[in-house]
Design a protein around this ligand. Structure first.
Ligand code: NAI
Length: 286
């Protein structure tokens, strides 16, 4: 898809971080943008800040992407406001689920899978038929992570490997029917966002009891990542530019950092050599 001006984009998780960067960049390209997020005050503030910058065709729709009905309502609100949709960024996501894989609570699994995987499934299931229906060029961007490409390490990486697989299937299926719709999977490294404070949006019924190992680990780790990402993380605006370039150039894998290349290569070589996987050392040393 090469022409953005006047077209319509939907971005989930758009009140913060990468999602807000994407919404801003797409508005700068002249698109009408629907920002969707579960955190309503932050969503209102994000929309207001874009209005203040003169982007009039921007609306916010409170949406929990883990809820299929809410994502359908998001699609309807988009059509009501702007008639069509051309670009969909299934970006909302949460971290968490640290520690040994068997130590994660079932609530850790449910929360992470509900948002990171089901959120993308709902977005693809709901929006792709709408993109196909009007027959104009379009593009779907699913936010995974570099954690979806390196060897699996924790609950989060399970969700992100799944998003990579889903996106590859989407890409090939669209090519099989010669659709004018492109697909990309965004696999960022460390970005300066609020993901480490994702707990703020965790549903009450999926929170761990305060004294569980998983909860303690999560908080400790969140603080460490927060410090590290402010210092070393890439600005979301830089990521958003890479995504716009990928949509224009029909680039599928969007990687933000080169320093994971060797680990990704080792993983593929290990698989082909039938070797045990080389453990992945994250920036946090686990
Ligand atoms: P962020 O926390 O700054 O933004 C995520 C947004 O998603 C927030 O506004 C939050 O309210 C929203 N959200 C959470 N649960 C939701 C739900 N159920 N429904 C709708 N919205 C929901 O974090 P960031 O980093 O911008 O995250 C965006 C995506 O980027 C996520 O998928 C994340 O996994 C991915 N990512 C982030 C990296 C980083 O270093 N920050 C690295 C790799 C991937």
């Amino acid at each position: 898809m090469r022409d953005f001006a006047g077209k319509v984009a939907v971005v989930t998780g758009a009140a913060s971080g990468i999602g807000f960067g994407l919404a801003t960049r797409l508005a700068e390209e002249g698109m009408k943008v629907v920002l969707a997020d579960v955190e309503e005050p932050a969503l209102q503030a994000a929309v207001a800040s874009l209005h203040e910058r003169g982007f009039a065709d921007v609306i916010g729709v409170p949406t929990d992407v883990s809820d299929a009905v809410a994502v359908e309502a998001l699609a309807q609100a988009t059509l009501d406001a702007f008639d069509k949709v051309h670009v969909v960024c299934n970006n909302a996501g949460v971290g968490g689920g640290f520690g040994k894989i068997w130590e994660a609570s079932l609530k850790d699994w449910q929360w992470a899978l509900n948002v990171n995987l089901w959120g993308v499934i709902h977005g693809v299931h709901t929006f792709v038929p709408l993109l196909l229906e009007h027959g104009e060029p379009g593009h779907v961007v699913n936010t995974a992570s570099v954690a979806g490409l390196v060897p699996g390490a924790r609950v989060y990486s399970v969700t992100k490997h799944a998003v990579v697989a889903l996106s590859e299937a989407l890409y090939h299926n669209l090519r099989q029917i010669s659709a004018p719709i492109g697909a990309s999977v965004l696999c960022p490294g460390l970005i300066d966002t609020r993901i480490m404070f994702g707990y703020r949006n965790r549903p009450v019924d999926l929170r761990n009891a305060a004294d569980e190992t998983a909860s303690r680990r999560e908080l400790e780790r969140a603080e460490r990542i927060a410090n590290m990402s402010q210092e070393l993380g890439m600005p979301p605006a830089v990521v958003a530019q890479k995504v716009v370039d990928a949509i224009r150039d029909e680039q599928f894998y969007v990687l933000t950092h080169d320093h994971f290349d060797a680990t990704i290569r080792d993983r593929m070589e290990d698989i082909l050599q039938r070797r045990v996987p080389t453990p992945y050392q994250s920036e946090l040393g686990d």
